[in-house]
Design a protein around this ligand. Sequence first.
Ligand code: LMR
Length: 395
Amino acid sequence: MMFETLKKAPADKIFALVAEFKADDRADKVDLGIGVYKDPHGSTPIMSAVKKAEHSVIGAAATKTYVGVTGNRGFCDAVSDLVFADSVPSDRIAAVQAPGGTGSLWVLFQLLKRAKPNATIYLSDPTWPNHKPMCEAVGLKEETYPYFDAETGTVKFDEMLACLDGLGPDDAVLLHGCCHNPTGANLTPEQWDKVAASLKKTGAFAIVDLAYLGFGDGITEDAYGARKLASEVPELMLAFSASKNFGLYRERAGAAIAIGKDADATAIALSNMGNIVRTSYSQPPDHGAEIVRLILTEPTLRAEWETELKEMRERMARLRQKLADAIRERSNASDFDFVAEHRGMFSLLGLTPEQVDHLKVKNALYMIGDSRINIAGIPEDRVGELADAILSAVR
Ligand code: LMR
């Protein structure tokens, strides 16, 4: 007998909330939980560029044979170009396709563990709830760096930088490339410049989690940090996800990217990533990656995708403004103005777990236990009602 010797594993709080929301039969329930984009009707449709690309991919497909351990090479090249543009020479970029952003992080954490078994990885406080368990699963030591000031809803940049300045070459830092999850508070370009200078000085190693490229201020704007680091530091890792910006959640399309100090070091990184992939899951699923490759390399599809992405981004910015305005009008206070300043899919409201629970029980309003809301889940015609509920919970 074996399984009874184990303890039950903790459920992931984001997916546990998905199940709770599903089971709630109140008609007026509102889902501000999991990070999935929603349109004005509350649904998550397939993007039009994706639908067209998918038709072409299926029409053109002649085989289902294996693609290879490192996945779809056209996808890897197109994503590397999308993220880094010309900030780093292509012979210093090693990319493997991986199952989504999480699969990409998994490959990179394993690579870090291989290269620096005693490394300590610093996670932002707070961070996406799966980061810490993943580091633990790989056997990486983790610590946190100061990031979010819940009082003001802004980044505690001086404290963050002071912590980074104290790191050394055996330390790694996990940075959110844009659209910080869960807080919604992001670094400015000037702050990214300072982070790059700090890493250059201390020799600490950066891993960028880039799961929301294009959801903040635009593709170029959101890639600023990644490009700045790539152009300044000798080595870098980046996990890219196409789950949100291409709406491909269940297809698991992502890329694990390592930048080496020269072409030889980069080739070693690539071979190790290939080896990690082969010993983990052999190779990634191709369907979603081939759709992304086609969209990024075919000009008409690319233009259509960029337009759709812009609409999604602008809708989230509008919803942010509406919610902040509605709360300010009702409370005559600027306590929640930060929601309009944040970018991306999330904002951390700074409510207590009791207040979050109260909103769920009394108002059928679902958010993550740390008070993270998914901005895209806000029903546009019920913003006032939402503002009333939030204010009644905090009073
Ligand atoms: C989220 O943070 O809600 C998303 O990234 C979905 C996930 O995998 O947790």
